[in-house]
Write a new protein. Sequence first.
Length: 400
Amino acid sequence: MKVLLTFGTRPEAIKMAPIIHEFARTIGVDARVCVTGQHKTMLDEVLKSFRIEPDYDLEVMTANQSLNEVFVRIVQRLDPVIGEFAPDVVLVQGDTTTSWAAAMAAFYRGVPVGHVEAGLRTGDLFSPWPEEANRRMTSVVATRHYAPTHTARKALLDEGHMPDTVKVTGNTVIDALLMVHERVTQDPTTRQALEQRFSWLAGNRKLILVTGHRRESFGAGFERMCSAIKAIAARDDVQVCYPVHLNPNVQEPVHRHLGNLDNVALIEPLDYEAFVFLMDRAHLILTDSGGVQEEAPSLGKPVLVMRETSERMEGVDAGVARLVTTDPRLIEAHVTELLDNPERYAAMATGKNPYGDGLASRRIVKDLLSWHRTRTASASSASAMSGSLPQPSSRLVGSA
């Protein structure tokens, strides 16, 4: 089986890394990695952390380009890669522009698409934007749907996808988290290096880890989020650490509001080992990130989600996450409650994670192998019945 794994952002790389490693341990598979470079600097550190060397790098990013320009460049540059390698399946992850563009490039070549983390829905096409549209459209052209939860599977079935094409696997981000967390906590050299790197953390203060980067919060949303963080930082029993996304729409308001506060550390985006270390050290986490919502419960960390909607309501339903919007009053109130009420904190810090058990990658690879064997056997049987030799399927689709 020939598999092309395509991704371009930091979160995608983290979630695809365990699958890449699982394929590397699997006999009879030619699995190749194609990165688009949608997040260039932040992508490179994840690849280094997981010891992944891409086979193809499309290098699509240029300064100040639009989403349309990113989409077009990905399709144009990925098309010849698919044509040359002729994979049996193209694997994409999640809901980025890379995911949707790669899925379309494969579809136009007649190549089946496997969608990792399929079926997440908010029901609002503009929240999150453009991710909700990206993942819905990817589902339309996908052949195999790897849903992280039963809720995600139900969403796909409700949209009319055939039950035998939708598999509940858990989320691969838990595979990645557990892999790295073991290294961070059990390897003395790694642990010592990280403790030295973050020696400025105050042991007598509760660490609040913050991440925020979503497009739908650009402008007024970030102004509100920063206002809340500033109010929280006025407490003398907390320390705030915020690895700030490189996007100027994030950098400007964050540094303007929080740059001069003594107990707020604005740092550059982190490699994944360092981020897992900080999650492990944190008392609670404020985020608008999908991945962090999934990861933190495995470490027993309460998560407050600074978004108006979430496609990951399983954590909220399980009581390990809360949807607090970008309203500064709500954010501050929920943070204050968790800081001052040990019982409420303990109720959220259960460590029970509804998103996975660390075996998602194994399930995905096993399903793809089974699907490929069935597909190959069917093609051979059809050829035998027709009395002709099997012919390679065309990777080209005629002009519309």
